[in-house]
Design a protein around this ligand. Sequence first.
Ligand SMILES: *[C@@H]1O[C@H](CO)[C@@H](O)[C@H](O)[C@H]1NC(C)=O
Ligand SMILES: *[C@@H]1O[C@H](CO)[C@@H](O)[C@H](O)[C@H]1NC(C)=O
Ligand SMILES: *[C@@H]1O[C@H](CO)[C@@H](O)[C@H](O)[C@H]1NC(C)=O
Ligand SMILES: *[C@@H]1O[C@H](CO)[C@@H](O)[C@H](O)[C@H]1NC(C)=O
Ligand SMILES: *[C@@H]1O[C@H](CO)[C@@H](O)[C@H](O)[C@H]1NC(C)=O
Ligand SMILES: *[C@@H]1O[C@H](CO)[C@@H](O)[C@H](O)[C@H]1NC(C)=O
Ligand SMILES: *[C@@H]1O[C@H](CO)[C@@H](O)[C@H](O)[C@H]1NC(C)=O
Length: 926
Amino acid sequence: MGRVLCFLIFFLFLSLPNSSVSSFSFNSSTPLCLSDQSSALLHFRNSFAVSYSNHYCDYFSYPKKKSWKMGTDCCGWDGVTCDTMTGHVIAVDLSCSGLHGPIHPNSTLFSLRHLQRLNLAYNHFYGSTISSKFGGFANMTHLDLSDCYFAGNSPSEISHLSKLVSLDLSGNIDMRIETPNLKRLIQNLTHLTELVLYGIDMSSVSTNCLTNLSSSLTSLRLSYCQLKGKFPDNIFHLPNLQILRVAYNYNLTGSLPTYNWSTPLKSLLLSETEFSIDIPNLISNLKSLKKLLVGGCNFIGSSYPTFLSNLTQITSLDLSYNNFGGQCPWSLLNNTGLTFLDLSYNNFIGQLPEVTTNLTQIFSSNNSSNSQLVNKIPSNLEYLILSGNLLNGTIPSWVYTIPSLLELHLDHNQFTGHIGEFQHNSLVSLRVSFNNFSGNVESKIFSKLKSLQYLDMSNNPHLSLHSFTSATNILSKIHSLQLSSSNITEIPQFLRTAEYIEYLDLSNNHIKGNIPSWVMEVGKDSLYYFSVSRNNLTGHIPSLICNLSSLIFLDFSYNHLNNMIPPCLGKLSDNLKDLNLQSNNLNGTVPTTFAKGCQLRSLKLNGNQLEGALPQSLVHCRNLEALDFGNNKINGTFPCWLETLLELRVLILRSNNFHGAIGNPKTKFPFPNLRIIDLSHNEFHGLLPTKFFMYLKAMMNANADKGELKYMGDSYYQDSVTLVMKGNFIDLVKIQSLLTTIDFSNNNFKGEIPNVIGELRSLKGLNFSHNNLIGCMPQSLGNLTNLEWLDLSSNKLTGEIPIQLVDLTMLAFLNLSENHLFGHIPQGKQFNTFMNDSYYGNLGLCGFPMTKACGNDEGQQPSPSSTIQEDDFEFENGFHWKVVLLGYGCGFMFGLGLGYLVFSSGKPKWLVNIVYGGRHNKLRRS
Ligand SMILES: *[C@@H]1O[C@H](CO)[C@@H](O)[C@H](O)[C@H]1NC(C)=O
Ligand SMILES: *[C@@H]1O[C@H](CO)[C@@H](O)[C@H](O)[C@H]1NC(C)=O
Ligand SMILES: *[C@@H]1O[C@H](CO)[C@@H](O)[C@H](O)[C@H]1NC(C)=O
Ligand SMILES: *[C@@H]1O[C@H](CO)[C@@H](O)[C@H](O)[C@H]1NC(C)=O
Ligand SMILES: *[C@@H]1O[C@H](CO)[C@@H](O)[C@H](O)[C@H]1NC(C)=O
Ligand SMILES: *[C@@H]1O[C@H](CO)[C@@H](O)[C@H](O)[C@H]1NC(C)=O
Ligand SMILES: *[C@@H]1O[C@H](CO)[C@@H](O)[C@H](O)[C@H]1NC(C)=O
C-alpha cells in the first residue's frame, strides 16, 4: 500500500502542474496582431483533432478554444501574448488543449520565430519526435513540452536555445536523451534555472555530463530516468539549487557531501536510489529543508530518524521502506509545519501520540506498533494509513468524525468491537479488512459515505453483514468492493445502482442461488474484475454474462454451477484475460468461439463434466500461459496444435478421455515455454514423445533464469494449479515461474524411457508411473540435478538403478516400486533417506533399505547422514508443505486507468494459503 500511495503522492508533487500549466497571458488592449502570425496560430491549432481526455487536465478548464477565431485580434486570444511594440507573438500557452496528432517539421508553429515562451504540456502528439525545428526559436526562454507523448531522441538543436531559462520535457516516457545531446545542452544553456526531465529514458547517459550544470539552476528534476552510476557531488554545491529530485533511479549511487553546502535546498527526493545518506550530516547542512523523500534508501553512520525532528522547517517526510526500528520518531510531529509523514514499512513500535499540528497525511503501515489508537489526531487529516500494524482495541470515536478524511486504512490489524457510523462526506477509500471486528454491520454505518469509491471489509470472520448486503441506496459511487471471506449469503443489493463498479470480489462466502441478471446490467461498461469463487452458486451461467464487455478477470470457480458454458464467453476474450470456472458441474463442450486477437492468458475449466474435443480456435489466444482442462470428460487426441503457443507454460489434461499416440511435433520449436505438463489418467498410448522432449526449451535451461522468485500470473492475479507432487495432491496457489514438471502417469505409454529426458535439466518432478514402460532406467536421469520427485512405479522397467542417481541431491521422493529392477540399490547421499516403499515389488533389488542383502555387500547399511535434517523426512508423514505467506508486490499500475487501491488489497486468504516454496532450499546440501 505504502508503495503505491507513496508513488502517487510523489507524482502529485512532481506533476500537478502548478507552475507548468500556468498561463502567462496578460492584457493587451490595442489590436496588434499581425495577420501572418494569426493564421499561423490558427493553422497550427487546427492541424490537430481535439479531444479532452487527459485526466491531469480535469482540474482545469479549457479556455483556449472559444476565443481563437479568424478575424479577431490574436493578441487577445486565450493563451497568446504579443510584444506590445512589434506585435509579434511572443508567448503561446496551449497546455491542456486536448490536441491530438503529430507535430510535423513543416508545422506553422515554427514560423512564430519570436516566441519566447511556449507551453504545449498535456497534449497528445502521439509518437512524433520533437522536431529539430524547435531549435529555431532564438529568443525562447521557457519551453514546456511535458506529458505530450513525444517519442524518440531529444534533438540536439534544443541546445541552440541558449536563452532558455526553463526547459521541461518530463513525462514523455518514450523519449530518450543521450550523452552528447545532454552535454551540449548543459554547455550552451547557461541561463537555465529549471531543468525538468523526469520520466525520460536517460539510461545511456553518463552522469559525468551533469557536472557542468549552470550555476543559476534552482530546480533539477530527474526522477524515473533510469540514471545509473555516480551522481556528481558538485550538484549539491550549486549555489541556487532549491529543488533536487532524482528518485526512482534504482542504480544511481552517490552521497551527500559532508562539508557546508551553499545550496538553499528545500526539496530533496532520493527515494529508491542507492544514495548513502547520513542523517546527522544532512541535518546540519540542510536546516531549511521542507520536503525530504528518502524511502528505500541506504542510511549510513549513526543515522537515527528522530534527529530529523531537528529539521524544523520540514513539511513532507518519507522514511518508508528503510528497516528503521525502535520507537516511532513521533517527535517529528512536533514540527508544526509537517503535513505529510510516511513511516510505512519499517519496524517502528510505539503509540501514535496526540497530534496538534497541521498534519494532513500520515502513513504508518507495516510497522510493528501494537498499541491502541487513543490519541486525537488533527481535524484536517486527509490520509490516515495504519495498515499492517498490530493495532488493537476498538476504533476510537474521533476517527469517525474527521471531516476532511479521504482515505482511512486500518486493515491488517487486530481491531475488535463494532464498526461505528462513519460521518465522513469526503471519504474515498475505507479499508478495515483482516481484523477481528464483530457485531452487526448496519447499513446506516455507510449512509453518509456519499463519496466512497473503495471499500474493503473482507476477512472479518465475526462480522455479520446481512443488513449491509440487503441495503439499497448506499454507496452509489462505489468502484471497488471487497467482501471476500465475510460470511455473506447474497450479492449486495446496493450494487444494483452501483454503475461505477469496476472491481468486485465476493469470493469465499456463502452466496447461494443463481447469478442475478442485474449484475450483468450494472457492470456492463465498467466491471473488469469479478470473483464469486468459493460460494454456493447454483443454476447456469447466464449468457448475459457476455454483456460484461470490460471483463478482464472472471472467477466463478468452486461453486455448483451447471449446464453449458455460454458459447459467447469465447468472444468476450478480446478483453478477458483470466477465466476460471473450475470445480463446478458444467457440462457440454468448451466454447469454440475464440476469435483472432483473443487475449486469454489463463483458462481453467478443471473439475467439471465437459465433453467433446478441445476447440482448435484456442490457437487464436496467442497469450495463453495456463490451460487447465483436468478432471473432465474431454476426448480426442493430443492437442498438438497448441505447440505453436509461444507463451504456454502450463498444460493440464489430467483425468479425461484423451487417447491415441502423441506423435511428433508439427513445427520446429514446439512448446518453447512449456514448464508444467500433466497428461496423467488418460488413455494415451504409443511411445513416449521423444521428439517433443528434444525441444522443450523451457525445461532445459535450468540456470538461465535463476534469481528472483517470481510467480506466474500478472499484476492482479496469480495462477494456481493442483499438481501431484511427491505423491500428494498439492494446491499451488502461486506457481513459481521456475516450477517444471512432467506427469504422464496412468496411461498406456509403452517402450523405453528415452535418453533425451536427461536434457530436461530444469525438471523438478517427473512421473511416468502406471504405464507399460520397459527397458532400463536411462543413466541420463542422473543429469536432472533439480529433480525433487521421481515416480517410475508400476511399469516393467528392468535392469539396475543407475548409480548416477546418487547425484540427485535435491531428490526428496523416489518411487520405483512394482517394476522388474534388480541389483544394488545405490547408496549414499539422498539414497540414505529412501525407505522400503520406494522399492517394493522389485524382487531383484538388494541392499539398504531392503532386507535382502547383496551378496558381498552385507553389513554395509549406512548410518544416517549427519547432513540431513530431521525435517527432511517430513514427506513421509503425509508430507506437509510449509505455509509461507510471501508478500506480494503491488507494482505500479500504468495505463489501466484503474483505482490503485484495488491492487494493493489483500488477496483472498485462500489464494495465499498454501505457497510453494520454502522446502526445497532446505534440501540443498552444499
Ligand atoms: C507537412 O508534412 C506532413 C508529413 O510530412 C504532410 O502530411 C502534411 O501535408 C504537410 N503539411 C503541410 C501544410 O505542408
Ligand atoms: C531576439 O531578441 C533580440 C534582443 O531582444 C532582438 O533584437 C531580436 O529581434 C529577437 N529575435 C527574434 C527572432 O525575435
Ligand atoms: C549554442 O548556441 C548558439 C546560439 O546561441 C548556437 O549557435 C550554437 O550552435 C550552440 N551550440 C551548440 C553546441 O549547440
Ligand atoms: C541495476 O543494476 C543491476 C546490476 O548491475 C541490474 O541487474 C539491474 O537490472 C539494474 N536495475 C535497474 C532498474 O536498472
Ligand atoms: C538537534 O537539535 C538539538 C537541539 O537543538 C541539538 O542538541 C542536537 O545536536 C541536534 N542534533 C543533530 C544531529 O543535529
Ligand atoms: C512535543 O513537544 C511538547 C512540548 O514542547 C513535548 O511535551 C512533547 O514531549 C513533544 N513530543 C514529542 C513526541 O517529542
Ligand atoms: C496550520 O495552518 C494554518 C493555515 O495554513 C496556519 O495559519 C497555522 O498557523 C498552522 N498551524 C500550525 C500549528 O502550524
